[in-house]
Design a protein around this ligand. Structure first.
Ligand SMILES: [Zn+2]
Length: 83
């Protein structure tokens, strides 16, 4: 487990050997910090891709990755409850 500080955002990050990263939010809660490998969009779970239309053709690859990611990470949750 590694802790690092982003001087630009003032955020404190934690990451493990699998590159899973978490960051403290404004309330001091540790939350998953996610980076999309397709488009580079990053943010908390509810923020990533939030400005994008995930049903558009341009976002098809992102959507595919996102569906896989959430299915693997949250196997018991509906993906629709995450966005
Ligand atoms: Zn993306």
């Amino acid at each position: 487990m590694k802790v690092w500080f982003n001087q630009n955002s003032g955020g404190v990050f934690l990451s493990d050997e699998n590159y899973n990263t978490a960051m403290l939010d404004d309330c001091g809660t540790l939350r998953d910090w996610i980076v999309c490998p397709i488009c580079g969009s990053e943010g908390f779970l509810n923020e990533i891709h939030e400005d994008e239309d995930m049903n558009s053709i341009e976002m098809a690859e992102c959507k595919e990755w996102w569906d896989d990611y959430t299915a693997e990470r949250f196997p018991n949750k509906s993906k629709y409850s995450l966005v």
